[in-house]
Design a protein around this ligand. Structure first.
Ligand SMILES: *Cc1c(COP(=O)(O)O)cnc(C)c1O
Length: 431
């Protein structure tokens, strides 16, 4: 087993966080999302301790909640002492609904609506990460109406290609996110922010992409951000107190992916950052990070029931499941790879090659193609591993398929945290 929270029990069933998943499938039905609460909390702790160790207690570790967001997750994240990023009014509402401390909330997004901005201002969030000039002007104006000074960071685009999949690259110069440093527009962005009376410019932010396995994308981005900070200091006499380098640390989905050691990568990043700050003779800024996938991905698993197993003789084999792109659109979106197990017969050899197909009317509705799998028969439970990030949060009701329930497991204890949608739920807003 390449993931330490997955094992095979004596009865041949797969266990997740020491819980028999076939029993969970029987009790709660499929498709079913599982959350390994223990692992999720461990990931939060490791991240928090590492950030504190290398970047000090002023650097509050942030959880990018778009990766996996629901009430229970915000409760846990808040208990574990992390702050959070939200990217919409809906995420903000969910966080506040369980009493998430508003001063630890950063509001992102490349095109926040006016309504969302006013909601954020009224909720006293910690900071907006401002994406563009229009947004800056609007936040300043509205903060003025409320007689307040809102903390902000400016989203910049450092012009970096972190060598991951194109669709998840966000720091390149022609990205839709932020304002480019290379074109000189970021300089004007800072000048503008400094002119605004009702915002307090705390610093700058960049996020270069996702599923990154080495320090260079971070340190290359940091080097550009610090050159920029130095330029601003020299020309405008202004020092950024906070520099947020975003998220993006990768996780292991399949055997070929490396297993990241966050302590060692953060340590390496810290050493490089020290050098970069020293070379530029800058005052020590507070570096911030905001990891999403790293915290939740391997704390998730999805269970399905296998229906048909279809062999197109001489061509391809499909194992068809009772879920698919509505609960996990990542293969359709990015061609992302997964590891899947026969949870009923976890002791079988991996001796077939087959694709996993969902049940939607789309040929692209797949969890993976030509994967190395165990043999499956109708009725077997399939467990797809490492589905904690960008599965539930990207789920849809395509083909009017209700969203699965989510159950948290913690060393043998199972607890329903999101109810399965019913057909009535699907019709709830329809007149
Ligand atoms: C998505 C996102 C993150 C988190 O990325 P992960 O790859 O999940 O760590 C962090 N910051 C911003 C601005 C993002 O958009």
């Amino acid at each position: 087993m390449i993931h330490s929270n997955i094992s095979v029990l004596e009865n041949g069933h797969i266990a997740f966080s020491n819980t028999d998943v076939v029993e969970l499938a029987n009790k709660f039905g499929t498709p079913l999302y599982l959350l390994d609460e223990k692992r999720f909390r461990e990931n939060c702790k490791t991240y928090r301790n590492t950030v504190e160790k290398y970047f000090g207690s002023e650097s509050i570790p942030l959880y990018a909640s778009k990766a996996l967001c629901c009430k229970e997750i915000y409760r846990i994240v808040s208990q574990e002492g992390l702050g959070t990023d939200v990217v919409s009014g809906g995420e903000l509402y969910t966080a506040l609904s369980v009493g998430f401390p508003s001063e630890k909330i950063y509001f992102h997004g490349n095109n926040k609506t006016e309504e969302e901005i006013i909601y954020g201002l009224n909720s006293n969030i910690g900071a907006f990460v401002v994406d563009n000039f229009e947004e800056l002007a609007f936040i300043n104006e509205q903060a003025g109406k409320l007689n307040k000074v809102q903390n902000i960071l400016l989203r910049l685009s450092p012009g970096i290609d972190p060598h991951t999949h194109r669709a998840v690259v966000t720091g390149n110069v022609d990205s839709k996110f932020g304002v480019a440093i290379e074109t000189g527009q970021a300089f004007k962005f800072v000048e503008k922010a400094l002119e605004c009376k009702n915002v307090n410019l705390e610093g700058i932010h960049c996020h270069i992409g996702s599923q990154i396995f080495d320090k260079y994308p971070f340190t290359d981005a940091a080097s550009i951000m610090l050159d920029f900070a130095s330029d601003i200091k020299n020309k405008l006499g202004f020092a950024f107190r906070k520099i947020n380098l975003g998220g993006g640390i990768g996780v292991r989905y399949v055997e070929n992916d490396p297993q990241m050691d966050i302590d060692s990568i953060m340590g390496e990043i810290k050493n490089e950052l020290d050098k970069l700050v020293l070379e530029r003779d800058l005052e020590q800024p507070i570096f911030l990070f905001e990891m999403g996938r790293f915290i939740c991905a391997d704390a998730g698993m999805t269970l399905y029931t296998v229906g048909s197993v279809k062999e197109i003789e001489g061509y391809k084999k499909y194992v068809c499941i009772d879920g698919g792109m509505p609960d996990n659109p990542r293969y359709a979106l990015y061609g992302s790879k997964y590891t899947a197990y026969n949870a009923t017969h976890g002791d079988r050899e991996f001796d077939i090659v087959a694709s996993i197909a969902g049940r939607c009317c789309e040929s692209g509705d797949l969890i993976g193609e030509d994967m190395n799998l165990q043999r499956f028969d109708r009725g077997d439970i399939m467990a797809v591993a490492v589905t904690g990030a960008y599965n539930y949060s990207m789920s849809s009701n395509y083909n009017r398929i209700p969203k699965p329930a989510m159950v948290s497991v913690n060393n043998g204890e199972a607890k329903l945290i999101i109810k399965r949608q019913s057909y009535e739920d699907i019709l709830a807003n329809e007149i």
